[in-house]
Design a protein. Structure first.
Length: 175
């Protein structure tokens, strides 16, 4: 009987542990997300951050760490966590993007392109299935503030409804 209880306890532990991992955002590299979207088209969400940014860390913990946000993002996007100051070379659409800067806080060419030169951290960039930039949304957002933006792009409301009209009539569920 005791062995049965131990086995049951271990099974429950691994089930809950697996479930907890499944409820976190599955972050991809930029290249992985692009490849996945080529195979199975889905929008790409890019969290552009820096290591020194306090609000980036707060958004990672409070917003992207939120169960409802994580589930929605995993279901509707290929999420990318992109350090704006990386030294990695990234090839996209036939172009090589690098970090040309010298110094500690120089931004990568890809983050400059995605943010259209408006360097603000954190920023969340949305790219459609054709790899076209939809928008970049700068600044920290709570889960409640993030939900309408996620749904606007994730459910293709942007194709038929202005942001003003959509957000005016939006009722959220995230807490």
């Amino acid at each position: 009987m005791r062995i049965f209880a131990i086995i049951l306890g271990l099974t429950l532990f691994f089930t809950l542990n697996t479930r907890a991992q499944d409820e976190k955002i599955k972050w991809y590299s930029f290249e992985e997300a692009v490849e996945l979207s080529r195979e199975n088209p889905r929008k790409i969400l890019i969290d552009i951050y820096t290591d020194w940014c306090g609000f980036c860390k707060k958004m990672e913990a409070e917003t992207f760490g939120n169960l409802q946000v994580a589930r929605y993002v995993n279901q509707h996007f290929y999420p990318v966590k992109f350090n704006s100051e990386t030294r990695d070379t990234i090839t996209f659409q036939g172009h090589e993007f690098i970090n040309e800067g010298e110094g500690r806080r120089s931004p990568h060419q890809l983050s400059i392109a995605l943010l259209q030169g408006q360097m603000s951290y954190p920023s969340v960039v949305y790219i459609n299935e054709d790899f076209e930039l939809l928008t970049a949304v700068p600044g920290f957002r709570t889960p409640e503030q993030m939900e309408p933006i996620l749904r606007y792009f994730g459910e293709d409301h942007y194709r038929t409804t202005s942001w003003e009209k959509f957000s005016e009539n939006f009722t959220g569920n995230f807490r």
